[in-house]
Design a protein around this ligand. Structure first.
Ligand code: COA
Length: 331
């Protein structure tokens, strides 16, 4: 029997309309367009400002056009997996709400909280579901980071934005799709990038609110050092153990957290600049959203048979790489 792999057969993406530029942030905190641009590569990010709208609404706006373009009814979806740390509620899962909003009546699913690695973890999980018999798996990565960002904290508010993307996974027997993965985590890093309150360790109180503990806390320098080393290493390792090299890798789809981290990863892999996809300048770090949003933005560049390396790192710490053989030509 031929081996079944999980092929990506469609891609969707969405960012909200409202744009928050570096110049806008200059009015909120002590920073400058020049500092943000040179230290991170970010020029602007999108923010979901519509009242009553949450992460699930961004997902719906990406998923429905993708399914329509592909000619697939939501009722055909078997499983919905959502990488996110900003689900609409603590519970139920965002996957559950998305299924209801898109009319995926025959699906089940769940959320995966791996911060910026959420989409990569979900993609690996989805790939295993396809290998064990599921026919259509929706893998999403979306975050409404503006809901947990303190716009008086210049260490974090300059980095994050809202948005994300989704892919459809279907079985393939010709070797296209997810070929290999290396996924890692190290919980000893939790104190350097996390949301201090709101969970069972520190449930919400007047005090946690007053102390602004429901926002993202980040020790940027430590996270930076960790990210540079680990994302570069894991990207190199997956390339090496699959017999790939700088010539045979066609595209690097790297987590968009800081342009300097992306450049360091590309350099370790020996890749030419034109193979390194970047949209951090327009969206900032959308956490679980960056990888599918990159694929959505640059989908037209990918040809059937192209070798893609997806790499990420995130709070927790979490990190990893997935090697994909692209399954279709641009339409
Ligand atoms: N605007 C202007 N100055 C700022 C600033 C801002 N937004 N944030 C920090 N600074 C200042 C600091 O106070 C410091 O000043 P000092 O030298 O007088 O003490 C100086 O700039 C350098 O700060 P530092 O924290 O060393 O900057 P950095 O080069 O490490 O860049 C980050 C900061 C956050 C951009 C960088 O550490 C980073 O990208 N880290 C990883 C973040 C990340 O990827 N997070 C997501 C993980 S999924």
């Amino acid at each position: 029997m031929q081996k079944v792999t999980a092929a990506i057969t469609a891609v969707g993406g969405y960012v909200p309309e409202t744009v928050l530029t570096n110049k806008d942030l200059e009015k909120l905190v002590d920073t400058s367009d020049e500092w943000i641009t040179t230290r991170t590569g970010i020029k602007e990010r999108h923010i979901l400002r519509e009242p009553g709208k949450a992460t699930s609404d961004m997902a719906v706006r990406a998923i429905l056009p993708m399914l329509e373009k592909k000619g697939i009814s939501p009722e055909e979806i078997d499983v919905i997996l959502v990488g996110t740390i900003t689900g609409d509620y603590i519970f139920p899962a965002c996957a559950n709400i998305i299924a209801d909003k898109i009319g995926a009546k025959n699906a089940w699913g769940f959320d995966i909280a791996a911060a910026c690695s959420g989409f990569l973890y979900a993609l690996e999980t989805g790939s295993r579901f396809i290998q064990s018999g599921s026919k259509k798996v929706l893998v999403c990565g979306f975050d409404k980071m503006s809901s947990i960002i303190d716009y008086t904290d210049r260490n974090t508010c300059i980095i994050f934005g809202d948005g994300g993307g989704c892919v459809l996974l279907e079985p393939n027997t010709d070797g296209y799709g997810v070929r290999d993965s290396i996924l890692k985590m190290d919980g000893s890093g939790r104190e350097f990038l996390y949301q201090p309150a709101g969970g069972s360790m520190s449930p919400p109180t007047m005090e946690t609110v007053t102390n602004r503990q429901h926002y993202v806390y980040q020790e940027g320098k430590t996270v930076f050092k960790f990210a540079v080393t680990n994302m570069a290493d894991v990207s190199y390792d997956i390339m090496d153990r699959n017999g790939l090299n700088a010539d045979s890798v066609d595209w690097l789809i790297a987590h968009q957290a800081n342009l300097r981290i992306i450049d360091a990863t590309a350099e370790r892999m020996g890749l030419d600049k034109e193979k390194v996809l970047v949209n951090i300048d327009r969206y900032g770090n959308t956490t679980a959203g960056t990888l599918p949003l990159l694929m959505y933005d640059f989908e037209k560049k990918f040809k059937k048979g192209d070798n893609l390396i997806l790499s990420t790192f995130g709070g927790g710490f979490t990190w990893g790489s997935i090697y994909i053989k692209w399954a279709y030509d641009p339409s």
